[in-house]
Write a protein that binds this ligand. Structure first.
Ligand code: ADP
Ligand code: MG
Length: 290
């Protein structure tokens, strides 16, 4: 039988929008020492708006955006949604891509009017041997903007900078967790510059950037191997293996089905402050082990 205090806590939790799927994991929450947060969609809103379109070849802004958005129509990535919306807002007509393919954690590619177009991360472009040093783009990245590159078969056509906003609740959530003596870390596939910007804004203890989807669980293992009891908070398909690997997996309610099915606890209101509430409730229910 479930002790009364635990039954009451689980109902209290549900009333506050915390869905506990795994009671043993909820009990472990009282002894957490570190929490790893996914960035996009978890600490931030995950809604990207295009702020700058920067041609780097003989092409104008509208054409650059047209090629990128035509390709991104087939992707559900938050960056893709932002690029397509920007093209629509400017009244740009899109064409239908062929042979579309996701380059997981790096971008996407497709054939547009016969040319192979890619919209990809800075890391991917550098791996392809392109030199993308550019003062203006370095500055945009330093402001915390996510910069993606548009390439064709043999050239970098240009770059698109996008801005996402930190969820207002994230600031207090991190402050409260740090006051509870919990190490707060951030994990992202985004660039080092953007990660550093967001981590500094929120006062995170440390961050992992440019992490490919299949490496996210490895980072959780790395934190565990330091002897820390660790939670992972995430929303995306990419986060699922890390949610499973963590001592406590917490999914954001507005996240993907895969993340929700991989989690021990679901934050129904998608509010990072509820992470601190979960820990508080676990400590109140089971007592903090010291
Ligand atoms: P996150 O950790 O923020 O969920 P992802 O692993 O989804 O990041 O993506 C990592 C990086 O790969 C992005 O910052 C971006 O540079 C690039 N990327 C991924 N998907 C796309 C896409 N559809 N269009 C453009 N860039 C993409
Ligand atoms: Mg995410």
């Amino acid at each position: 039988a479930v002790p009364l205090v635990v039954a009451v806590s689980t109902s209290l939790a549900a009333l506050n929008g915390l869905l506990i799927r795994n009671r043993a994991a909820f009990e472990r929450a009282r002894n957490l020492q570190a929490i790893v947060f996914d960035k996009t969609g978890t600490l931030t809103e995950g809604r990207f708006g295009v702020s700058d379109v920067v041609p780097l070849a003989d092409i104008d802004e509208a054409e650059l955006l047209r090629l990128a958005a035509s390709l991104e129509q087939q992707s559900e990535h938050p960056i893709a949604l932002g690029i397509v919306r920007a093209a629509e807002e400017r009244g740009i007509l899109l064409t239908k891509p062929e042979e579309f393919r996701n380059l997981t954690g790096r971008g996407a590619e497709a054939r547009i009017e016969g040319r192979m177009i890619r919209v990809v991360s800075p890391g991917y472009v550098e791996e392809q041997g392109f030199d993308i040093r550019d003062e203006r783009l370095t500055e945009l990245a330093g402001q915390g903007k996510t910069v993606v590159y548009v390439t064709d078969d043999d050239r970098v056509l240009g770059a698109i900078a996008l801005a996402d906003v930190v969820r207002p609740e994230s600031f207090e959530a991190i402050a409260r967790l740090k006051a509870m003596n919990i190490r707060c870390l951030m994990l992202t596939g985004d660039s080092r510059a953007v990660a550093a910007h967001v981590a500094a804004q929120l006062g995170m203890d440390d961050f992992f950037a440019e992490v490919l989807p299949h490496e996210k669980a490895d980072k959780i293992r790395e934190v565990k191997s330091q002897g820390l009891t660790v939670a992972m908070v995430g929303d995306g398909v990419n986060d699922a293996p890390a949610l499973v690997e963590a001592d406590l997996g917490i999914a954001i309610g507005a996240g993907t089905d895969v993340a929700i099915e991989s989690a021990d606890i679901i934050l129904v209101h998608s509010n990072p402050l509820d992470v601190a509430a979960t820990l508080g409730l676990s400590r109140a229910t089971y007592g903090k082990m010291v």
